[in-house]
Design a protein. Structure first.
Length: 84
């Protein structure tokens, strides 16, 4: 846990946290579309995107829970519950 690491994380968070949350909720919302189950290519693309988003989310929250994600935890946890 160094100051340099936190500076890097803060830099990324300031630019990525809101768009990442919006993208996550958008893709999770798309997963509710029954027509998606009939299109394996589209379903796979969204699941791969969610996997990447979840990896980024984990990386940004690994050292400490940023205030933004704490404030938007409901959106994230609801989305995780939907996907699981």
């Amino acid at each position: 846990r160094s100051d340099a690491l936190y500076a890097d994380i803060l830099y990324v968070l300031q630019r990525l946290q809101a768009p990442l949350t919006q993208l996550f909720t958008s893709i999770v919302g798309q997963m509710e579309n029954p027509a998606l189950a009939k299109n394996p290519r589209e379903l796979t693309a969204r699941l791969e995107a969610l996997r990447t988003i979840n990896r980024i989310f984990y990386s940004l929250n690994y050292q400490d829970l940023p205030e933004y994600f704490e404030d938007h935890m409901g959106e994230w946890m609801a989305g995780f519950c939907q996907v699981v």
